[in-house]
Design a protein around this ligand. Structure first.
Ligand SMILES: [Zn+2]
Ligand SMILES: [Zn+2]
Length: 370
């Protein structure tokens, strides 16, 4: 068993809109059942970029160690933990990923079976820096009772990390979509915004029997990715600057009747609103990408006239991590999942990683420890 280190390097968000600071954070005293992991790969989420700029709906107090998309290696394993949630035995050195902490006892957990709505959840990547629960660090504390899963040996860190946020978010959202009818064979699916979340929406729609998967994004690089991840058509709004013409063009790509399913992953308010004009009749509108607290006018009749089912979905629990990981494992030879990590940075270079994400240079940046 490894000795628990006294301190951990971490890149800390001490103040919003300011560069992260490299700090040595004392490793907190572990409670019974807590694990300590060594961070192997922590990918940078679009949410982190917004969090650092205080652009999210939530405003957690600083200092924060960000990073909620982390592949870690078990460094200290308490005697009480023998397996992951699937019953797979675990030992020191195994690679794992974990969900946020949900207490399992509140109304949302116990009655609704919706842990992501847990009234006492404790997040990774959003909490006080001195609790050492973020991936932008050398080590991370995994609270007792946190659901975690061992990463299969044939899935690399770069492939697996997609399941930690984008992949699990889409799996969770698709579960809700299936409760409302899902994607049928031959459907036309439009995905607006093909960053990491949109790419997983594209690939999972393509594997769900959609005849057309139409990716919409302003970035040619992202659209090229979307083609490799199963998009049958790509649309760059720059080529269709007139909104009415753009809507008509996308509706025609869908066979003239509009989209059976729209998946909004761009986070743009104007895209969110415009998508109502692309709906088929009837249709489903799945919203995964909206994180701001800003509003946009919409015409309620557009829901009604299209017999539209509008579904919002946020995050995911361990079921969705496991399913996303299995999806990646099953399809890794068909789709280049690892390529989602466009560049790796040393932990100390986290500010550059954030800047490159903000500038759109990196599809997904990832931090590594030496
Ligand atoms: Zn994320
Ligand atoms: Zn709960």
């Amino acid at each position: 068993m490894n000795n628990i280190p006294k301190t951990s390097k971490a890149m800390v968000l001490t103040e919003f809109c300011q560069p992260l600071q490299l700090m040595d954070i004392p490793v907190p005293k572990l409670n019974p059942g807590d694990m300590l992991v060594k961070v192997r790969l922590a990918s940078v989420c679009g949410t982190d970029v917004h969090l650092a700029n205080d652009e999210l709906e939530m405003h957690p107090p600083t200092p924060i160690i960000m990073g909620h998309e982390t592949v870690g290696e078990i460094y200290y394993l308490p005697d009480s933990i023998k397996t992951d949630v699937c019953g797979t035995p675990v030992k020191v050195g195994d690679r794992i990923m974990w969900s946020h902490f949900f207490d399992g006892t509140c109304y949302s957990c116990k009655v609704l079976h919706e842990p992501v709505l847990c009234e006492h959840s404790r997040g990774y990547g959003f909490s006080n820096a001195y609790e050492l629960r973020g991936g932008y660090a050398e080590y991370e504390v995994i609270l007792a009772g946190t659901d975690f899963v061992r990463i299969p040996d044939d899935v690399t860190d770069e492939e697996a990390v997609g399941a930690c946020c984008a992949g699990r978010t889409v799996v969770c959202a698709f579960d809700k979509l299936y409760n409302c009818g899902g994607i049928h064979q031959g459907d036309s699916v439009v995905v607006t915004g093909v960053g990491p979340v949109g790419l997983y929406a594209v690939v999972m729609a393509a594997q769900s029997g959609a005849a057309k998967v139409i990716a919409v994004d302003l970035s040619e690089t992202r659209l090229e990715f979307a083609k490799k991840w199963g998009a049958t058509h790509v649309v760059n709004p720059k080529d269709h600057p007139d909104a009415a013409e753009r809507v008509k063009y996308i509706r025609e790509l869908c066979g003239g009747r509009g989209a059976d399913v729209i998946i909004e992953c761009s986070g743009s308010l104007s895209v969110f609103a415009e998508n109502f004009d692309i709906l088929s009749n009837p249709s489903k509108y799945l919203i995964i990408g909206q994180t701001s607290d800003k509003s946009v006018p919409i015409v309620p009749n557009k829901f009604q006239r299209h017999n539209a089912v509008v579904i919002g979905s946020h995050s995911g629990d361990i079921r969705h991590y496991i399913k996303a990981l299995k999806f990646i494992q099953a399809h890794k030879n068909k789709y280049p999942f690892a390529e989602i990590i466009s560049k790796k940075y040393k932990l100390e270079d986290a500010n550059q990683a954030l800047a490159d994400m903000r500038a759109g240079i990196a599809l997904k940046a990832a931090l590594i420890n030496d």
